[in-house]
Design a protein around this ligand. Structure first.
Ligand code: ADP
Ligand code: TYD
Length: 236
């Protein structure tokens, strides 16, 4: 399978955040967005699944822990196809226009998540995921991927308590994946390491249990360096 391609004509910078549920992606993405806006960059943030109205419908099917009971057990292949339906829509509706417009696009999960969760977690294999990425996303990969990998048990503890809190406070049930076994998550974790090994120039990995502020500073240093290397200075 050929490696990632990047749209050579795009003026913006595409950054994805990856990691297990509870690894701190959403927290760090928000902090990075704030810092880059303060530096004078135009910033677009989105998450997958769910970066568009269509994607939000798909998200509620995929993340609601009642879906398998309501709809019949969702086949792993159908789950993968829905992830890519969401991704294709957000590419066309949000990511590509944002990059063409010179924005920094911060995306909470992208195709590496499909390779880790459906490819390894569900056992569908990387080749099938990467073939869909080629067919539906023109192989477009981020310029930079921030991979957050605290220990497995730490990430899952954080994600499960956050989801319980959201369920109590807002009635939002997004527990379908968090109910998966520790073995499932161990496969996801190992696949992320494999993806990082294979794409060492794209992924920057943050392992361990650093504080939110420490990790925030490290990420900002990496991103500012990449923006400077791309000749992108903000306009404060
Ligand atoms: P993700 O988007 O990867 O699922 P979140 O950013 O939602 O993760 O974080 C999950 C929970 O863990 C939140 O309650 C968040 O405040 C907390 N958290 C995030 N990063 C850290 C960290 N470095 N140390 C301790 N707690 C953290
Ligand atoms: P989300 O709440 O956005 O992530 P997190 O819990 O890390 O904050 O949930 C998205 C869930 O969907 C998460 O469990 C990972 C899963 N997922 C896949 O399985 N494949 C994919 O391609 C994507 C984008 C997400």
């Amino acid at each position: 399978m050929s490696q990632a391609s990047r749209n050579p004509s795009s003026a913006g910078l595409f950054i994805s955040f990856e990691g297990l549920d509870g690894s701190g992606k959403t927290t760090q993405l928000r902090l990075l967005g704030d810092a880059l806006r303060a530096d004078g960059h135009r910033v677009i943030t989105l998450r997958q699944p769910g970066g568009t109205p269509l994607g939000n419908r798909i998200r509620s099917i995929l993340l609601d822990s009642g879906s398998d009971a309501d709809l019949g057990a969702i086949a792993p292949e159908a789950e993968l196809a829905l992830m890519f339906a969401d991704r294709a829509q957000s590419l066309r509706e949000v990511i590509l226009p944002g990059l063409a417009d010179g924005s920094v696009v911060l995306c909470d999960r992208y195709t590496d998540s499909s390779e880790a969760y459906q490819g390894a977690g569900r056992g569908l294999g990387s080749d099938r995921v990467l073939a869909l990425h080629q067919a539906l996303c023109n192989n477009l990969q981020p310029d930079l991927t921030i991979l957050l990998l605290p220990p497995l048990a730490t990430a899952l503890r954080r994600a499960r308590s956050r989801n319980d809190r959201h369920l109590r406070q807002m009635g939002a049930d997004e527990n379908r994946f968090e109910a998966e076994s520790n073995e499932f998550y161990a496969r996801v974790y190992d696949q992320y390491l494999e993806i990082a090994r294979r794409n060492a120039d794209r992924l920057v990995v943050f392992r361990g249990e650093g504080s939110i502020a420490t990790i925030q500073r490290l990420i900002l240093d990496v991103v500012r360096e990449r923006l400077a290397a791309a000749g992108r200075t903000g306009v404060p």
